[in-house]
Design a protein around this ligand. Structure first.
Ligand code: COA
Ligand code: AMP
Length: 634
């Protein structure tokens, strides 16, 4: 491996295919790649088109065969239930074999889609790896989503089977998953054949005869019988998973991840970006429902032969703001990865870092942050209490791994607060104006990635090549549009400032204000509406809705506001944190009828704002400003 960042990036620029051919040697293929990239396949080309292998083999079997059988692969720590468990690589293999046997017994085969609607429990990881083992395509749905979001994913993926659990556990309540799953299947046009449901001790679920299966019992039987299922030989280009993420409409986009490019990119990132060796403990304090969880709770650390931590708890309240430090000390975590919002939550409760000092954190080498913009204040605080490098890195569900970061495993660059540092090999970034022309250093513009995207990034959306082209590739021909705005400085450091579409980031969770508007507009009393993201000291952003009621509606506007809040919680889920709604007489619009969301956001954030020249009626913005001066949001 090249010693420093500049040499490494240059080596990639000099021989782009050769660079990834070399990186691909870290993978144990069934058929070695000969062709590295074929520009004629897929939407913009495909990586390793002639190679065959298996992600589960590389995450599990391979390490057992290489003598790591007794090493911890997975540590489960659940402060919300009081349970802890440790699985060696050999035990993980046995668990995954049992899960794969149960899937096969229910007729799941290569290419079938399996929805995983699971809390943060080991069985969720066994199920992901079992799908990977047999070539089924998993699609994990985050537990905080409502039944209709789950239904949309069942329909889009036409899932053959759902794997779920009776409940998830939030600090303040037990979330019954099964009624949500039953409601989702009721709503979905496509009906899965079976639901495998793990009964957790905290809550038992009613099973539907003929359709539902007690997963715990099925796994026990398979384990007792010592069932094994061999790893399918899959094309590197076969899908490993689909992960749905917010788009600009209510219909989520199914980001596809392939097997080969994903293994190569994640294996590279574990060593070069995170600087983690096999056998070391790596902890991504995220959720398997998000891309961070897929890449760095499950696949990355296991591909690397490291130990991963699955933490079913929160940064605060389970039981206190010292929870992360307890886990780091107890398992000797080398590298921690989380979202800045978690650190803002910890800092709010323990501003002096008293709970940090009570623990031995000598194993910790670095903290990585991603998921939302890392505000310099949070970074400075984390640096001062932890005394280790705090590394911001920028990426998206679509890319699956960091676009921009600071490679700790090479020779890291000096940190500039507010910048996730520099592009990783594979990513050639350009900052473009709206007409597609490159802008000078220091000028804000659209951050675009020159095609092809590197290994590990999405090849397309599930069953939606045209949508992929239209959303990501058409605006700037030859580039992938990140939909993030930012700039490059004179040293080539990247600064990511804001989204250019209607996506907002709430406590590190990616949400679409467009989807929330669709729900608000469905209320019978609402004539029109706008949802914007406003700044929030803890969550980064929270949504705020503005409603114009239909003429003739005589009910109290506060009643409608409450009903709309409930509607969004029911249709999108509690994770939207949609709690603020304001009825207004009119929405501010341009003369061509576009709602002036940007200006509304500035007013709500108490920023300086100018009356837009294109406004239709300036009085409307004054009304909004007046309404917001009496109702603080965010
Ligand atoms: N299942 C069901 N409900 C869930 C859920 C899940 N898996 N996760 C969250 N929710 C619910 C919460 O209970 C809460 O409901 P409420 O409105 O009834 O209180 C709502 O969704 C919002 O949850 P959350 O975003 O977790 O906010 P919070 O106020 O409970 O906690 C933080 C704030 C900052 C502690 C928390 O958001 C956090 O840990 N964030 C880190 C996020 C992260 O890791 N992101 C991944 C990117 S790296
Ligand atoms: P997700 O797909 O949920 O990972 O969200 C991706 C989006 O989160 C990006 O497009 C950015 O808008 C934002 N984001 C993620 N990481 C960062 C970061 N380090 N700095 C700024 N924004 C970020």
């Amino acid at each position: 491996m090249h010693k420093n960042y500049a040499e490494t990036y240059q080596a990639w620029k000099d021989d782009r295919a050769g660079y990834w051919a070399e990186a691909a040697r870290a993978i144990d293929w069934f058929t070695q790649p000969v062709e590295i990239f074929d520009a004629d396949q897929g939407v913009y080309g495909r990586w390793f088109p002639d190679a065959f292998g298996n992600t589960c083999h590389n995450c599990v079997d391979r390490h057992v065969e290489a003598g790591r059988g007794d090493q911890a692969a997975l540590i489960y720590d659940s402060p919300v239930t009081g349970r802890k468990a440790r699985y060696s690589y050999a035990e993980l293999l046995a668990q995954v074999n049992a899960m794969a046997a149960v899937l096969v017994d229910h007729d799941v085969a290569k290419g079938d889609r399996v929805i995983l609607y699971m809390p943060m429990i080991p069985e969720a990881i066994f199920a992901m790896l079992a799908c990977a083992r047999i070539g089924a395509i998993h699609s994990v749905v985050f537990g905080g989503f409502a039944a209709s979001e789950l239904a949309a994913r069942i329909d889009d993926s036409t899932a053959k089977l759902v794997v779920s659990a009776s409940c998830g556990i939030e600090p303040n309540r037990v979330i019954a998953y099964k009624p949500l799953l039953d409601a989702a299947i009721g709503l979905a046009k496509h009906k899965p054949d079976h639901c495998l449901v793990l009964q957790r001790p905290e809550l038992s679920a009613d099973l539907v005869a003929g359709r539902d299966v007690d997963l715990g019992e099925a796994l026990d039987t398979a384990r007792t019988a010592g069932r094994t299922v061999s790893c399918a030989s899959l094309a590197a280009t076969d899908p490993l998973y689909i992960l749905y993420t917010s788009g600009t409409t209510g219909q989520p986009k199914g980001v596809i991840r392939d097997n080969g490019g994903h293994m190569v990119a994640l294996a590279w990132s574990m060593r070069a970006l995170y600087g983690v060796a096999p056998g070391e403990v790596y902890w991504a304090a995220s959720d398997i429902g998000w891309v961070v969880g897929h890449s760095y709770i499950v696949y990355g650390p296991l591909l690397n032969g490291s130990t991963t931590v699955l933490y079913e708890g929160k940064p605060v309240g389970t039981p206190d703001a010292g929870a992360f430090w307890r886990v780091v000390e107890e398992y000797k975590v080398s590298v921690l990865f989380t979202a800045p919002t978690a650190f803002r939550a910890i800092r709010k409760e323990d501003p002096e870092g008293v709970l940090v000092k009570r623990r031995d954190l000598s194993s910790l080498r670095a903290l990585f942050l991603a998921g939302e913009r890392a505000d310099p204040e949070t970074i400075r605080w984390a640096e001062s209490v932890l005394g280790v490098p705090v590394i911001d890195h920028w990426w998206q569900t679509e890319t699956g791994w960091a676009i921009v970061g600071n490679p700790l495993g090479l020779d890291p660059l000096p940190v500039k607060h507010g910048s996730p540092t520099v592009p990783m090999p594979g990513y050639e970034l350009h900052v473009l104006d709206d007409a597609g022309h490159e802008v000078p250093a220091g000028t804000l513009g659209n951050i675009a990635i020159k095609l092809p995207l590197p290994p590990g990034c999405l090849p397309t959306f599930w069953n939606a090549d045209e949508r992929f082209r239209a959303t990501c590739l058409s605006e700037f021909p030859g580039y992938y549009k990140t939909a993030d705005a930012g700039y490059l400085d004179e040293d080539g450091y990247v600064f990511v400032m804001a989204r250019t579409d209607d996506i907002i980031n709430v406590a590190g969770h990616r949400l679409s204000t467009g989807a929330m508007e669709e729900v608000c507009a469905s209320h019978p009393d609402v004539a029109e509406c706008a949802v914007i993201g406003v700044a929030d000291a803890l969550k980064g952003q929270v949504p705020a809705g503005f409603l114009v009621l239909k003429s003739g509606v005589s009910r109290e506007s506060s009643l409608v506001e409450q009903e709309v809040v409930t509607l969004v919680r029911e249709r999108i889920g509690p994770v939207a944190a949609f709690k603020t709604v304001l009825c207004v007489k009119r929405l501010p619009k341009t003369r061509s009828g576009k709602i002036l969301r940007g200006t509304m956001q500035k007013i709500a954030d108490r920023e300086d704002w100018k009356m837009p020249a294109t406004i239709d009626d300036p009085a409307v913005l004054d009304e909004i400003a007046g309404a917001l001066s009496t109702r603080r949001i965010g």
